[in-house]
Design a protein. Structure first.
Length: 368
């Protein structure tokens, strides 16, 4: 299945790139026309002038997240012939996430590259996009997004906040955190401090944990001094090696809290509408390309990083079946509740649930 979807996306990227590359030019060589290949003309805004935009992000500059954001900025600059010149600036703290959302929504900054997990107070739809408990794997998410109506719903969600939101990165399943002691049952969560965000934080809270929010920089010392019992943080690809120098060596699988995590390029709507159609298409092409890169890179390198973590002392555990069943029961209850009171979440959840019901039949019939 991953091969099929990956090939589909790659073919889409190639098609988009060919479509936006521009016309070929021909010159006479010895009386014959010779094709020089596509030219990348400078794509400008409707005003006819190049634009110079700042792309902001919440992650520290040394993380893989910032590396991906920097790659997107460079590709947009290149594909538009510097007509849309974009430079990346990392804020270095999750605490600035809501400030960045408001800034791009109000138009005080041009663009943001980010996950959406810290914006649940704006809409639980953003939590849905950041990490869905017991949700689909990456290939199935992409199929829903592009073929099952997800893209239109996501675009409408962002536009209600004056933002053009473009899917611009994807990573696969993440482990469900590092813990300072083994977790044998749901009772081990009770009254324990666990760092988490979004919908997984909601589930853990209902399971009896004392959920807190920590930045990357705060997490390691909090695990070291025992302030935290555990943290649902990220996949092995970007887990800070310093975490293993704490007592939090117990790593749990499978990742029920998020089977896939999506990243978005967010551009203030007025800025987006001011671009030429060609520039808009080439920005989307840069994001298609980054989806392929981030998904294949995370899937292709997670295990290498995991082996390194094991060598450094990490202990791998599988969630007890009873614990998974209990967490799933909590999520089923919470997803029904969220669907009733949050319209954005309800629309996304209903669409995805219907798509997965039909997709399951095809998946069971067609794949080993």
């Amino acid at each position: 299945m991953r091969g099929f979807i990956g090939g589909l996306i790659l073919g889409l990227v190639i098609g988009v790139m060919l479509a936006v590359a521009g016309p070929q030019t021909n010159t006479l060589v010895n009386g014959k026309k010779e094709a020089k290949g596509p030219e990348v003309e400078k794509d400008m805004g409707t005003s006819g002038s190049p634009v110079d935009w700042r792309l902001s992000g919440v992650a520290p500059d040394y993380t893989a997240f910032s590396t991906n954001a920097r790659r997107v900025a460079a590709r947009i600059t290149g594909l538009t012939g510097a007509g849309v010149k974009m430079s990346y600036h990392a804020s270095g703290s999750q605490e600035n996430s809501l400030e960045l959302f408001n800034a791009v929504s109000f138009g005080t900054i041009e663009a943001v590259f980010s996950r959406t997990g810290n914006w649940g107070n704006k809409s639980r739809g953003f939590d849905f996009l950041a990490g869905l408990p017991f949700g689909p794997p990456g290939d199935e998410f992409l199929a829903w997004y592009h073929q099952g109506g997800g893209k239109a719903l996501v675009s409408a969600l962002f536009r209600r906040h004056n933002i053009q939101g473009i899917l611009c990165g994807l990573s696969g399943a993440a482990p469900d955190g590092l813990f300072t002691a083994p977790v044998n049952s749901l009772n081990d969560f009770r009254n324990k401090s666990i760092a988490a965000t979004g919908l997984s934080a909601l589930v853990l809270s209902r399971a009896g944990a004392q959920v807190t929010t920590k930045t990357w920089r705060e997490m390691v010392p909090s695990l070291r001094d025992g302030t935290l019992f555990g943290a649902i943080f990220s996949g092995p690809l970007i887990l800070d090696q310093n975490i293993l120098k704490t007592s939090a060596k117990h790593l749990y699988f499978p990742g029920w809290s998020q089977q896939v995590s999506s990243y978005y390029l967010m551009i203030h709507l007025r800025n987006w509408n001011g671009l030429s159609k060609i520039a808009q298409t080439r920005i989307k092409a840069a994001c298609y390309e980054n989806i392929v890169h981030t998904f294949t890179h995370s899937e292709g390198t997670h295990f290498k990083r995991l082996k390194k973590m094991i060598n450094e002392g990490a202990e791998i555990h599988e969630w007890p079946p009873e614990t998974i069943a209990s967490l799933k029961a909590i999520w089923d209850q919470e997803s029904r509740r969220l669907s009733r009171y949050d319209r954005d979440f309800g629309r996304l959840w209903s669409s995805l649930k219907n798509f997965r019901r039909d997709f399951k039949i095809w998946k069971e019939l067609g794949y080993l």
